[in-house]
Design a protein around this ligand. Structure first.
Ligand SMILES: Nc1ncnc2c1ncn2[C@@H]1O[C@H](COP(=O)(O)OP(=O)(O)OP(=O)(O)O)[C@@H](O)[C@H]1O
Length: 375
């Protein structure tokens, strides 16, 4: 009972996990409400799959506990034998791993019908259900093929259909769109969104892609080096990224520093003025005394010049060096340092400025295009 006498709904899924893999340690705690979708983003090797493996019961943590649907599934104290360990097949948790892991001897239809059959639906009903799922994932007519007769992307779609057809109360999806081509991925992403929205399924979607989080998830957690470094409503996480990885996947520049008189002072004494963040548009951050703060702005807002810009008091201006260039949507992304900032330019501008790796440049960004916030 909560204070005030109202009962508190327990989370549909909670996990508190500490697990070492060699010298790497994952130490995280997560909670999801019933029907909630959490995006778990993070760079390669951050510990995302490890966390899913513990929740699914495939990996025993060194210490921790996992609860789902009111049941205790894992409980182990450091240095002790596990007190509780429900085997993966009895957890009611669906895991769609990076490898589709279809049953090789079963047809696509039989693979998808496996979940409904295991739930004792009659063969006829399970097959009709499986055929409908295969149609939804764009594989109508391929139900009789075995996995070896399907492409990697088609196998992935069968695996998605199989995961959804089993209607698990908790679904763990490890990079579900990774091996799908760019034409198929949006359709399958949309299908997954509809299914997750219209069902009480609680889900974790592991991804490197901001689009997956934005389309699918109410909440986003960012994991780096085995720890959750940011967590919150998906819109907030991308509007106010707290670490460089999140900023990069959100497609924005993040400059961290300390607050000073309504501005953010970054390394090298570079001063950023801007708007006070999305919650109080227009207001400067009224923090001083060196509190940690950050400035966020889009790569397309950064103006690159070879001479010092003049008459730009409303702009933040600093000197930089071009560290590299790469393709970006509709143009060229110029990476600069020592303050890590990227600028998106049209190819003609890059040519006109004569930019190359090592070029010394001036960067500027209008204060009205910079958001400042506390960290
Ligand atoms: N079986 C293993 N034995 C030892 N170390 C492992 C094992 N599996 C994973 N690791 C290490 O644990 C760390 C976390 O791996 P994990 O697969 O959880 O990361 P991830 O965030 O899912 O990465 P990716 O995005 O590349 O899939 C990595 O440093 C990895 O090298």
């Amino acid at each position: 009972m909560a204070a005030g006498g109202r009962s508190v709904t327990p989370p549909a899924l909670s996990a508190e996990v500490r697990v070492a893999r060699g010298t790497f340690v994952v130490d995280v705690r997560i909670e999801l409400r019933r029907g909630e979708v959490l995006a778990l983003l993070g760079p390669n090797g951050a510990g995302k799959s490890t966390l899913l493996a513990v929740i699914a019961g495939l990996l025993m943590p060194g210490a921790g506990r996992v609860h789902a649907g009111g049941r205790e599934l894992t409980r182990v104290q450091a240095g002790r034998r596990p007190a509780v360990h429900v085997p993966p097949s009895a957890r009611g948790i669906g895991l769609l791993g990076q490898d589709p892991q279809l049953f090789p001897h079963l047809t696509a239809l039989q693979n998808v019908a496996f979940g409904p059959r295991a739930q004792r639906h009659p063969m006829r009903v399970a097959s009709a259900d499986a055929a409908a799922w295969l149609e939804r994932v764009g594989l109508a007519g391929l139900g009789e093929r075995r996995p070896a007769e399907l492409s990697g992307g088609q196998q992935r779609r069968v695996a998605i259909a199989r995961a959804l057809a089993a209607r698990p109360s908790v679904l763990l999806l490890d990079e579900p769109f990774a091996s799908l081509d760019v034409e198929t991925a949006p359709d399958i992403r949309e299908l997954l969104r509809e299914q997750l929205r219209s069902s009480p399924t609680t889900a974790i979607v592991v991804s490197h892609d901001a689009l997956d989080a934005v389309v699918l998830a109410d909440r986003t957690a960012v994991i780096a080096d085995g720890r959750i470094v940011d967590e919150g409503p998906t819109a907030r996480v991308f509007a106010e990224p707290r670490d460089l990885f999140t900023a990069a996947v959100a497609g924005v520049n993040l400059v961290t520093g300390s607050a000073d008189g309504g501005a953010v002072v970054a390394a090298g004494g570079i001063r950023f003025t801007g708007r006070g963040g999305h919650r109080d548009e227009g207001a400067m951050i009224r923090i001083s005394g060196g509190a940690p703060a950050a400035a966020v702005f889009r790569p397309a807002s950064v103006v690159v010049s070879t001479r010092q810009p003049e008459g730009v008091s409303s702009r933040n201006v600093w000197r930089a060096r071009v560290n590299g260039m790469e393709h970006a949507a509709g143009g060229i992304r110029v990476r600069t340092g020592p303050l890590p900032v990227v600028a998106d330019l049209m190819p003609a501008s890059v040519a006109e400025l004569g930019l190359a790796e090592g070029s010394e440049v001036w960067l500027s960004v209008k204060a009205s295009e910079v958001s400042l916030y506390r960290r």
